[in-house]
Design a protein around this ligand. Sequence first.
Ligand code: SF4
Ligand code: SF4
Length: 188
Amino acid sequence: MKKYTMIHDENLCIGCQACSVACRSENDVPRGVYRLQVHAKMSGTFPNLKTDFIRHSCVMCEDSPCVDVCPTGASFKTAENITLLDHSICISCKYCILACPYDARYVEPSSGEIGKCTFCYTNRLSVGQEPACVSVCPTDALIFGDLNDENSQVAKTLKTSPHYYPKAELLTRPQLAMIANTKGAKDE
Ligand code: SF4
Ligand code: SF4
């Protein structure tokens, strides 16, 4: 069975937001909410500054608080470890929004439905395409694939590159890994 995993390499990310624009377009994400953004975080003292670009989206927890609290089973995991939502049985109680420690879910302004990143599961993965964000990144800062395939780029990269998982201390076991930015002020 596949285990889909994504890596965001903060050394390669230039903060262009092509990924978040592609996500919005691919998934018809309305104004005022988002499934994916890249936040710029400045540190250091002028002129010795450093900018880190941090991806903000669902991290596809293996132990998902959003699934645990869902009273109807609408929030669920696929066999490939992707957290999805079955809108036909979701009652929009918003428990999942409160439970998510990554602030990754939102309420669609017009429909009232809950939304979040799906790794483009139904619209792209199911037809053999990568998630939209991965396909447009101009610097290849995003890597996506099957962690259970030892020859995949995600498996090789995670084996050889130091990386971290957001809020790993919460033991939610994210499947979105980050390679920390090592460029910037501290190297000067
Ligand atoms: S990041 Fe939030 S929405 Fe995504 S799987 Fe984890 S708890 Fe659920
Ligand atoms: S498209 Fe790539 S480089 Fe641009 S913000 Fe997204 S991850 Fe960073």
